[in-house]
Design a binder for this molecule. Structure first.
Ligand code: ADP
Ligand code: MG
Length: 221
């Protein structure tokens, strides 16, 4: 069994659009070791989101093998994938995807609902992660009261609260002004320095202080 946190072996993903077959990933083999920070780079349409969705168990490969933490997750059913997402993965989207009716601390707590801890433990842990991303003073605010950069920091805290094996982010700075984007990337750098394994996409030519240990280019479509 592989020692890697993530192991893709000849992973393919095709989409059927009527009579047209789109090959989004044409056989990607990739290993991500604990503590690595991988940037997934390439032009629009090259398969970055497809790859992150597969890594994040939001979708299944058409063929090939994906082992996460040594466990083959390539062909699990929806319920099993959702259990894996909740317990072992943290995902950050370009558009934050916060629940608008919930406060900062409540949003961060969402992944904990399914893990069976007490309400008090969940609240304490969520507040600690809010502090970790610099939002300890905004616990009771709703998303619409926050800037884009602050909302993305809530999303990061939510993705971290279950101490995932790997933190996945699809163009996490795509909706932000450059100063807020730099702040988000600095949080990623800090998390990686502290040992967190990260895989994140970003557009080609985007200048940012991210230290990409390994870049993985997907196949162009
Ligand atoms: P990127 O994130 O690098 O811009 P994507 O992974 O979104 O690229 O897309 C890769 C290719 O797969 C593109 O040609 C895109 O049009 C196609 N694609 C992505 N998602 C779907 C889908 N749900 N249905 C059909 N085609 C898709
Ligand atoms: Mg994309």
């Amino acid at each position: 069994m592989s020692e890697s946190i993530v192991h893709f072996e000849d992973v393919r993903k095709t989409y059927q659009m009527g009579v047209v077959t789109v090959e989004a990933l044409r056989g990607v083999t990739l290993a991500i070791q604990a503590g690595e920070y991988v940037s997934i780079m390439g032009p629009s349409g090259c398969g970055k989101s497809t790859m992150l969705n597969l890594l994040g168990c939001l979708d299944r490969p058409t063929s090939g093998r994906y082992a996460l933490g040594g466990e083959d997750v390539s062909q699990l059913d929806d319920d099993a994938l959702s259990a894996i997402r909740g317990a072992r993965l943290g995902f950050i989207f370009q558009s934050y995807n916060l629940i608008q009716q919930l406060t900062v601390v409540e949003n961060i707590e969402v992944p904990l609902y399914y893990q069976g801890g007490s309400e008090e433990e969940s609240r304490t842990l969520a507040a600690r992660y809010a502090e970790r991303v610099g939002l300890g003073h905004r616990l009771d605010h709703k998303p619409f009261e926050l800037s884009g950069g602050q909302q993305q920091r809530v999303a990061i805290a939510r993705a971290l609260v279950n101490d995932p094996l790997v933190l996945l982010a699809d163009e996490p700075t795509g909706n932000l002004d450059s100063a807020s984007g730099v702040e988000i990337l600095r949080i990623f750098d800090d998390l990686n320095q502290q040992g967190k394994t990260i895989a994140s996409s970003r557009p080609r030519n985007r200048r940012c202080p991210t230290r990409a240990i390994k870049a993985s280019f997907c196949n162009t479509g």
